[in-house]
Design a protein around this ligand. Structure first.
Ligand SMILES: [Fe+2]
Length: 492
């Protein structure tokens, strides 16, 4: 039986929905702006605000809004699993999320699914041009699956379907495997940070990531969960909000995605390590486990103290760092306090031993200090450790090593000066949510390749090819209209 509160809330929801619907219908394109949720409101994240996020650009069907509302109530209740399963039954829904692709290589991809009850899943993969049909069965029943589909051909277009144990279709999509080697034919990888939930419902950028044929989308922090601390009910509700976004579903069922966290999807603003800003303990292990289950990252099964990972996206070596949970708060300013000793050693080893001609290293916050004087990042935590990493990169003469980052909303390219006229390039693209932030340029304008202030909507794209036996890497900054704001050839 619905309580009075429920009835009141439903009435309110109906009003919200009809208000937005009327606004959108009546005022055309201008109505979009009317629905945009501010970053401040996104941080608050009440049910009312999260429904507004859902309806910002297109009012979602009432059934979707009701399902989200009921699921959120169940997730934050005393028996989340049991109650969520009942809600799914009531709404005749067989999944909570997925398919979400991940870990792309030249021979395979992983398919992630989140089901309300433990079940088997089967993935049927066929080549777009015909002649290939293979199915992959999960090893056992589970609620969350990341099923590896191996034995595929490089640089090939595939379609797939996910089936439940009764053969019913749970989802489908397509993907392109990554080339095994660099060639004259370029391939590209997209990246960006700071969706802050609000960006997850805006269609243009994610549509462009897919349409431009990106083989992967690297998400680097502040994406689906916003300031939920260790409230796992609300964390899961934020993941459901993500999973219900048509734009997000469309991109991730067709472009493999990986994700690392920054402060807002770790715990809350400027938080890191084992202690909150008020010195209360953080459930680091629980947060890491939750992260691994709700994303489809490479090496997600590794027993590691941190969510960092590395993978070969064909000829490109991608190293994704955990720049939040391994920080040692009480040793701020000392060597290894930012990544932790284990991750630091692992990172240096990865760079030294890498045989790829192009290495991408991502972190949630900026590597350089130009924009905000190292605020909440390397420059105010571990300058000695950063220098050690830079020296390992300097010594990597046969590889182009690019740094990627986010956090300072907007987008910037930095040429970090190194001895003997050398440079290390940092690409910071924090434009997936178009949220406010600092100005375009920092103190030393000469260090910047480009700068766009907070409020900019854009994603980054790297294109890899080989010409006359030489690696060619081109960075593009693409805005929501598909305009290439920047096109920059990157060399050592
Ligand atoms: Fe952010």
């Amino acid at each position: 039986m619905p309580t009075n509160n429920d009835l009141e809330r439903r009435k309110f929801l109906a009003l919200t929905a009809s208000f937005l619907g009327g606004t959108l219908a009546g005022r055309g394109a201008d109505a979009k702006a009317a629905g945009v949720v501010s970053l401040k409101d996104a941080h608050i994240g009440t049910l009312e605000i999260d429904l507004r996020i859902m309806n910002q650009y297109e009012v979602q069907p009432q059934e979707v809004q009701d399902f989200y509302t009921a699921s959120r109530k169940a997730m934050t209740g005393s028996d989340p699993e049991g109650e969520v399963a009942k809600v799914c039954q009531k709404f005749n829904r067989r999944k909570l999320g997925g398919p979400m692709l991940g870990d792309p290589s030249s021979t395979g991809v992983s398919v992630w699914m989140h089901l309300p009850q433990a079940d088997l899943v089967k993935i049927v993969v066929s080549s777009k041009e015909g002649g290939f049909l293979k199915s992959y069965q999960s090893g056992g029943k589970a609620r969350i699956h990341s099923l590896r589909c191996e034995g595929l051909s490089p640089d090939t277009a595939y379609e797939y379907q996910v089936q439940g144990s009764d053969g019913g279709v749970l989802g489908k999509g397509s993907f392109l495997t990554v080339p095994e080697h660099l060639s004259e034919k370029p391939f590209n990888i997209a990246f960006g940070t700071c969706y802050h939930k609000v960006g997850m419902y805006r269609p243009e950028l994610m549509k462009l990531v897919r349409e431009r044929g990106n083989r992967a989308m690297l998400v680097l922090g502040d994406s689906a969960v916003d300031g939920r601390k260790d409230d796992y009910g609300l964390i899961n509700a934020d993941y459901l909000l993500r999973n219900l976004s048509p734009s997000w579903r469309n991109m991730t069922a067709n472009v493999p995605v990986s994700a690392t966290w920054d402060d807002h999807d770790y715990w809350g603003n400027d938080t890191s390590g084992k202690l909150t800003n008020r010195k209360k303990p953080i459930d680091v292990d629980g947060l890491r486990q939750s992260w691994q289950s709700q994303w489809n990252n490479p090496e997600r099964g590794e027993d590691r103290e941190g969510i960092y990972f590395q993978t070969k996206i064909g000829p490109v070596h991608y190293i994704a760092l955990d720049t939040r949970s391994c920080r040692v708060n009480e040793e701020r300013g000392k060597l290894n306090c930012f990544l932790g000793e284990a991750q630091m050693n692992w990172l240096k080893q990865q760079i030294k031993e890498s045989t790829s001609s192009c290495i991408l290293i991502s972190g949630g916050t900026m590597w350089s200090d130009n924009i905000s004087d190292g605020k909440d990042s390397w420059g105010t935590w571990d300058t000695e450790g950063r220098e050690e990493i830079f020296q390992v990169i300097d010594a990597k003469k046969d590889s182009l090593v690019l740094l990627m980052s986010g956090d300072r909303h907007g987008a910037r390219g930095i040429a970090i000066p190194r001895p003997k006229g050398g440079k290390i390039h940092e690409l910071e693209v924090a434009g997936m949510g178009g949220v406010p932030g600092p100005g375009a340029f920092g103190k030393d304008r000469d260090q910047q390749l480009f700068g766009y202030p907070g409020g900019t909507w854009a994603f980054g794209e790297l294109t890899f090819s080989k010409e006359s036996d030489e690696l060619q890497v081109v960075f593009r900054l693409v805005d929501e209209n598909g305009k290439e704001l920047e096109t920059i050839s990157l060399k050592r």
